[in-house]
Write a protein of this length. Sequence first.
Length: 151
Amino acid sequence: MIDEKDKKLLILLQTDAKKTTKQLAQELNLSVTAVFERIKKLEKQQVIQKYVALLNHEKIQKNFIVLCHVKLARHRKEYISQFENEITQFSEVLECFHVSGDYDYILKICVRDIQEYREFMVSKLTNLQHIGSTQSSFMIKEVKNSTVIEP
């Protein structure tokens, strides 16, 4: 069971996971031990899955973001499984969603520029079997990008 203190703790950790247990304890008005125990409990329950470093896309020259809609040629179970297994192997694909509607999947792809995206399409994505069609949308401006989920 997640109580209000856990919810606030989760928001604080999602905002800055490098805060010390002491800093978190001060913000939550709890003891350091209580905060430590809450974090361990949330990790054990897999509410907290992992800790990561979020990178500045511009600083690493990977700020060309593409949303690519993919339609499979057929919707057979083995085609779906094969596509999902293969797409997870591409480091350029940050996220992949199986969706309803006109397309079967939406991919969030991060590359250096349009030339690198073209190379990705030609040498990787279009080489996958069972793809019927794709449609790409290029990011013009990032309006919101958050990793914080309110529990």
